[in-house]
Design a binder for this molecule. Structure first.
Ligand code: ADP
Length: 595
């Protein structure tokens, strides 16, 4: 189950990812088109100048022909004698020849009324001879005295042409006009070839926005702008396009001849429906033309889905990687927090354990001390006796010395005083030993002499041994033996074992306590008595705390504490019953090599 906060978070992440995807798609769409147009535009500009240069080159060689021809006196003569058939025939042949040489479409001579009196096509069925061209602007321009330029569909030939005209001047008067017509279908064919090779379309429109030359058949003599009835009327009246009907192309958005948009994109109808083009245009002032390079945008849009798909995939991959790394970081942080919490818990627990341990240690120390004092308590009667005896002796020696001094028996008194001093020393020694034994031991390990420790322990139990008339036998190795541990604690063990042995022998006649020390792989101390021995079923139980069969004030802690003390010295303690009767306690301690 997810919490409401995490569900909200998931929703937010999904929403952000989707927003990012949308943004990526929009950006890749925009960037791809921008890049594409930035690539197309300079190319279209180059193609445009190429086309303009080509047209200029194609027309320029015809431009000067009328001027040159106008200076020929033959023309003036023909104009003067337009009724003379011979003169007219001669001029017809002449301009026919010039037409052949220059490869112009037609050359013809108009009188100053605009009627053709001679033409290179004088023999053709559509001969211009006799036709009147006064309505053509190239006539009015030339009659005014200058070079006339015009493009139109021939009324007789019905072909599209570009016209150059020049006045024939004689004696300062314009006598007629010489006209050279260039068929533009050849130029168009060549330009169409260029356009196909460059994968663009081409259209040339005039001031009236009617396409006069195009690489696409269906565009020819079509208007770029919608035509009103008045426009139609004006076109018909100008007879520019002869009898051809001019209609408007469907262009979306509507074509604007004046506006110069940064990127002119038009969807233009053509033979196979409609298509979007980038319009790059420039004017040819002299010809009065607008040249359009129309680059199809289809290839640019065709690669768009792939680009968008690619960028979406890259975006999703990156988003996934980001989400993954965020999740990882979150998990790592969570793990780190858990780890730190765990460490803190462990520290707290360790501290608590240490506190408990030190409390336990204190309790244990108290218990050891209590057990020690219990043993001392059980031995107190004999210890009292041990102290009282020298004290009584001291008293009697002191009284005796008084008497000796009164009798002036100074030598004897002196001997008595020496005995008193040694008795006092003995008492001090006993008291010091008890003081040392009963003090609370810190439990610190040191290297100690085993013999010394044994003797000091025996000082504690000796009065009771004597009192119980026990025969003590001590079997010690010749060399000194050392052990590592707390001296008072080992003394406590030894006193405890001896004290138990004394109790065990109370009911028997033959009382023998043997303490022997052996040193081999370890130090072995054996304390053997001649008592009743340990009940076989209680062999291990006797080491358990509070186990006792004793009727005296024993707590049942002596052996369990003794085992604990020996174990703390890395040793062991065990019990067995001797073959000849009595219990046999064996202590094993590690050897100590330190001096
Ligand atoms: P306590 O002496 O207070 O009973 P201990 O732990 O010293 O406690 O001894 C436990 C018991 O082990 C004694 O009550 C006794 O039954 C048994 N025991 C100890 N030493 C001897 C021994 N030398 N001979 C026989 N039984 C013994």
């Amino acid at each position: 189950m997810h919490s409401p906060t995490s569900t909200r978070k998931r929703w937010l992440i999904s929403l952000l990812t989707l927003l990012g995807l949308g943004l990526t798609l929009a950006l890749s769409y925009w960037y791809h088109l921008e890049q594409g147009f930035a690539r197309i535009q300079p190319l279209a500009n180059r193609q445009l100048s190429e086309v303009i240069n080509f047209i200029d080159g194609a027309l320029v060689r015809y431009e000067s022909i009328p001027h040159v021809l106008s200076t020929n006196p033959l023309l003036t003569r023909a104009l003067e004698h337009s009724g003379n058939t011979e003169e007219i025939a001669a001029i017809n042949r002449y301009i026919e020849e010039i037409q052949h040489v220059t490869e112009a479409s037609d050359i013809y001579l108009l009188n100053n009324q605009g009627t053709a009196i001679a033409a290179s096509n004088w023999q053709k069925p559509y001969s211009f001879v006799g036709q009147n061209y006064a309505f053509r602007p190239y006539f009015t321009e030339a009659i005014a005295g200058g070079l006339g330029r015009y493009y139109a569909v021939g009324t007789a030939s019905n072909t599209r042409g570009f016209y150059f005209s020049y006045p024939v001047v004689d004696k300062g008067k314009v006598r007629g006009i010489i006209v050279v017509k260039v068929d533009i279908s050849d130029i168009e064919a060549q330009l169409t070839g260029l356009a196909k090779a460059g994968q663009y379309e081409l259209a040339i429109s005039g001031n009236d926005n009617v396409i006069f030359l195009a690489s696409m058949d269906s565009w020819r003599l079509k208007s770029l702008t919608p035509l009103t009835a008045a426009d139609q009327q004006a076109i018909i009246q100008s007879r520019r396009y002869a009898t051809r009907e001019v209609s408007a192309l469907t262009i979306n958005p509507p074509y604007d001849a004046i506006a110069k948009p940064t990127r002119a994109l038009y969807r233009i109808s053509h033979d196979d429906g409609s298509e979007q083009f980038l319009d790059t245009k420039s004017s040819m002032i002299k010809a009065g033309w607008q040249v359009h390079i129309l680059t199809p945008t289809k290839p640019l849009y065709a690669s768009l889905p792939l680009v968008m798909l690619l960028s979406a995939s890259v975006y999703l991959l990156l988003a996934l990687a980001l989400l993954f790394s965020l999740e990882r970081r979150k998990n790592m942080l969570r793990m780190q927090q858990t780890h730190e919490l765990l460490e803190l818990r462990v520290k707290e627990r360790t501290q608590a354990l240490e506190d408990t341990n030190s409390k336990l240690q204190e309790t244990q120390d108290e218990l050891i001390q209590a057990a020690k004092l219990t043993v001392i308590g059980s031995l107190s009667a004999s210890i009292n006796h041990e102290i009282n005896q020298p004290l009584a002796a001291l008293r009697s020696y002191a009284q005796n010395t008084q008497t000796l001094l009164q009798r002036n028996m100074l030598d004897k008194a002196n001997d008595n005083l020496s005995t008193i001093v040694s008795l006092a020393d003995r008492l001090a020694e006993i008291v010091a030993q008890f003081k040392s034994f009963t003090r609370k031991s810190p439990g610190q390990d040191k290297v100690n002499s085993l013999n010394e420790t044994l003797h000091e322990a025996l000082t504690i139990v000796k009065p009771e041994i004597d009192k119980q008339q026990i025969h003590l036998m001590l079997v010690l190795p010749p060399q000194p033996v050392q052990f590592l541990g707390d001296k008072v604690r080992l003394q406590q063990v030894l006193v405890n074992l001896c004290s138990n042995a004394i109790v065990a022998m109370q009911q028997v006649q033959q009382r023998q306590l043997t303490i022997s020390v052996n040193v081999a792989d370890s130090i072995c101390i054996q304390i053997k008595d001649s008592g009743s021995g340990v009940n076989e079923s209680q062999m291990e139980k006797i080491f358990e705390p509070y186990f006792t069969t004793s009727q005296r004030q024993g707590l049942g802690l002596g052996l369990s504490i003794s085992r604990r003390i020996i174990q703390s010295m890395n040793g062991s303690i065990s019990v067995a019953n001797a073959a000849e009767g009595g219990a046999e306690f064996n202590i094993s301690l590690p050897l100590c090599s330190e001096e």
